[in-house]
Ligand binder design. Sequence first.
Ligand code: SF4
Length: 60
Amino acid sequence: MSKVKINEDFCIGCGACESICPNVFRLENGKAKVIAEECKDCNCQEVAESCPVNAILVEE
Ligand code: SF4
């Protein structure tokens, strides 16, 4: 299982992370937040690669 962080300074609120892993990411006030301690039911590495501004950091 991996831990996920978001650099909110970079996030543009596109929603890609939330659409792929809604159990881990949620948009609030135009910024993505991590709402789960760990990424286990979805592919957070894929999410990190899908983020257009590389705001998502996945620690294995
Ligand atoms: S994919 Fe990246 S830019 Fe888009 S909402 Fe998520 S963290 Fe923000």
